[in-house]
Design a protein around this ligand. Structure first.
Ligand code: TYD
Length: 135
């Protein structure tokens, strides 16, 4: 499956911790958009989409949440609970996010601007799409 956990370098001293992220260094693409989810309800599960082109890195900068990934063949559940850990997700990957803690802030760094035509929001369509890509 085309995802990976990236451990970012932590710059720490007696004042606290700091993580710095730069295009094409820690982040394997040019960041074109940043957004974040917060105040997510206790039993909310969201996402339910894949992207044709967009790659992204998710960082739970506060609290914790779980990311469900599905490439049409395999699935994975990844817990994010460290502000220095990024989850890289390639394109063509179905994702759902759930089990948000009350204090969860999920930061997303995206390779593309917001473009609804890049989304696949129907799971059956996603399965057909990834199958077509292989043929
Ligand atoms: P939505 O795509 O439903 O979130 P998710 O699929 O991750 O659960 O996005 C919620 C709303 O925010 C929707 O009206 C679209 C809007 N939105 C933007 O305007 N820009 C963005 O970059 C994103 C991610 C969402």
């Amino acid at each position: 499956m085309e995802y990976k956990i990236i451990d970012f370098q932590q710059h720490g001293d007696n004042r606290g911790m700091l993580v710095a992220l730069e295009n094409s260094k820690e982040i394997p693409f040019i960041i074109r958009r940043i957004y974040y989810l917060y105040n997510t309800g206790k039993n909310v599960r969201r996402g339910y989409h894949a992207h044709r082109k967009l790659q992204q890195i998710l960082i739970c900068v506060s609290g914790s949440c779980v990311i469900h990934l599905d490439d049409g063949v395999q699935t994975a559940e990844i817990t994010l609970n460290k502000p220095y850990e990024g989850l890289y997700i390639a394109n063509n990957m179905w994702r759902e996010m759930y089990s948000f803690s009350e204090d969860a802030v999920l930061l997303a760094l995206a390779s593309e601007l917001y473009d609804e035509s890049d989304y696949i929001r129907d799971y059956q369509e996603f399965c057909r799409y990834v199958q077509e890509q292989k043929n």
